[in-house]
Write a protein that binds this ligand. Structure first.
Ligand code: ADP
Ligand code: MG
Length: 491
């Protein structure tokens, strides 16, 4: 990679650009490959439940530093344990979110459920976390990975990401580079997450009980969800998956004598939330009541309410403060390793430290991103837009947000292919975000399963602040691992 701090460019896996006729042919094949293997989504602009578009993808895999990929993989069980311990630390969650819930209604609603459940005692001691820790390589630290965020709810794309590795291997082979396939790590994200859900189902130990997916009214990312459902039925033919919206759970759901969640006559063993992480998913109090009903039930939740709260940006910011990790991790080496993936994260609470971060953001906004307690993309404020956004807030309102150092990932060059996009696609400058999946299952005292479970790569135009795949600037990708010393890669 080149050494200039702001323009570092990672070596491509193959020499680009491709000749136009070759590019046209392989892109057309890759689109069909994607649709035929389910690397697809429902169209937002021309929605039909009867058809799919391929999901935006990067034609040839983007490079990622091997050492950093391996570091992220190795860290995942430690991060799983960290998040499990955080989720079970009532005092930490309560203090950390105290200011935020005064001004952020959504987090307050989640917290109220937590408070009520705490008051009555947890019906189900076990939780399952299907986590995804997201990273970017940071150029000014030698491309060391820095955590963008940790997701504890609806960690998506395990299904499609698993499909994308064979797709990009197919493309590389079509282009005459089969010798390079070994640099694309296997990805068993789908199996890893689904096997996790089934391990939770086993703990519940009722052969007739089902796994319930909580879904949005319309699921654009349907293939990713269906991959999970179909994998479970195909691998474990005796287990049924149901899909319901929060509103449907409110209508159909009730608790049985032992607080088991019943939908009609079907008992639910495991609840997997693919919705419920943003305010728009709750249409009325009835939907909040449904969330509470599920939380008080015997079903094992993915995530349980405390896991959900542990995944908030505010908690992430608190974890990055000096000495906080020691509360959750015993091994000093592990504390050091996790500490290194954090970039600067600053509270904007109405106190001395928070006001100092506020002043710092006004002075040098280009260094930062401002984040509210939201998931799902499109909520952050970047760089020069930060001062105006902050000035519009009252001092207390600021505590609903956190400030974070911007990470500067190295560039890659490649072709982004989108439904309705240019043919042939243009070569563009891109940056990538690596997600590592993890599964953790346990109760307050013990962790019974803890493993890393595959990965995903999302790549966006280097000029875009965010790379939401459905939103239009991002695309699905997989890492092509490069070593810093294999200078002959492009031959
Ligand atoms: P969300 O919960 O909405 O996914 P994220 O924290 O992941 O929130 O931010 C959304 C996107 O914004 C990320 O995928 C990334 O592209 C960009 N982003 C977030 N934090 C940073 C950062 N510190 N540096 C650079 N880009 C960031
Ligand atoms: Mg994110």
């Amino acid at each position: 990679m080149s050494s200039d701090a702001n323009t570092a460019v990672l070596r491509n896996c193959i020499r680009l650009p491709l000749a136009e006729d070759e590019l046209l042919e392989v892109t057309a094949k890759a689109k069909d490959y994607a649709i035929m293997h389910g690397a697809a989504m429902r169209s937002k602009t021309a929605f039909s439940p009867d058809s799919l578009n391929f999901a935006p993808f990067v034609l040839v895999p983007s490079s990622f530093p091997r050492k950093e990929f391996e570091k992220a993989v190795a860290l995942q069980p430690i991060i799983n344990r960290l998040m499990h311990n955080v989720a079970h630390d009532e005092e930490f969650i309560t203090t950390t979110l105290a200011e935020t819930i005064k001004v952020d209604e959504f987090t307050a609603n989640l917290f109220n459920i937590y408070r009520k459940v705490l008051a009555h005692g947890f019906t189900q001691a076990y939780s399952i976390g299907l986590l995804r820790s997201d990273y970017m390589a940071h150029v000014s630290e030698g491309c060391a990975i820095k955590q963008v965020e940790i997701n504890t709810v609806a960690s998506s794309f395990a299904g499609i990401a698993t499909q994308l590795v064979p797709q990009q291997k197919f493309v590389l082979s079509e282009l005459g580079h089969a010798d390079k396939l070994h640099n694309m790590p296997d990805n068993n994200a789908l199996a890893g997450l689904c096997d996790g859900m089934v391990k939770a189902w086993d703990i519940y130990a009722k052969p007739q009980a089902v796994i319930l997916f909580i879904i949005e009214d319309v699921s654009y990312n349907i293939c990713d969800q269906r991959f999970h459902e179909f994998y479970i039925r195909e691998t474990y033919p005796h287990i049924k998956v149901l899909r319901r919206t929060l509103t449907e759970v409110h209508r159909e759901g009730k608790l049985g004598q032992s607080k088991e969640l019943l939908l009609g006559s079907q008992e639910v063993a495991v609840i997997y939330f693919r919705a419920g992480y943003e305010p728009g998913h709750y249409h009325s109090q009835a939907d909040w009541d449904a969330r509470y009903l599920m939380e008080t039930s015997l079903a094992i939740k993915c995530p349980s309410i405390h896991y959900h709260l542990a995944g908030t940006k505010k908690v992430q910011q608190a974890l990055a403060q000096p000495a906080v990790l020691e509360r959750f991790i015993n091994d000093p080496e592990e504390i050091k390793a996790v500490g290194k993936i954090f970039t600067g994260l600053y509270s904007l609470d109405d106190n001395e430290a928070g006001n100092a971060s506020y002043e710092m953001a006004l002075r040098t906004p280009e260094r930062f991103v401002l984040k509210p307690q939201r998931e799902g993309g499109g909520n952050n404020v970047y760089g020069v837009d930060i001062p105006d956004a902050l000035k519009r807030m009252s001092r207390v309102e600021r505590s609903a947000w956190i400030l974070m150092d911007l990470i500067h990932p190295p560039l890659t060059k490649g072709y982004m292919v989108r439904p309705g996009g240019d043919m042939p696609p243009q070569i563009v400058d891109m940056v990538s975000e690596l997600g590592i999946f993890g599964v953790v299952i346990g109760d307050a005292e013990h962790i019974v399963h803890n493993y890393q479970a595959g990965h995903m790569l999302r790549t966006k135009l280097s000029t875009a602040n965010e790379g939401g795949v459905a939103a239009g600037l991002g695309a699905l990708d997989s890492p092509y691992l490069i070593d810093s010393d294999d200078e002959d890669e492009q031959k």
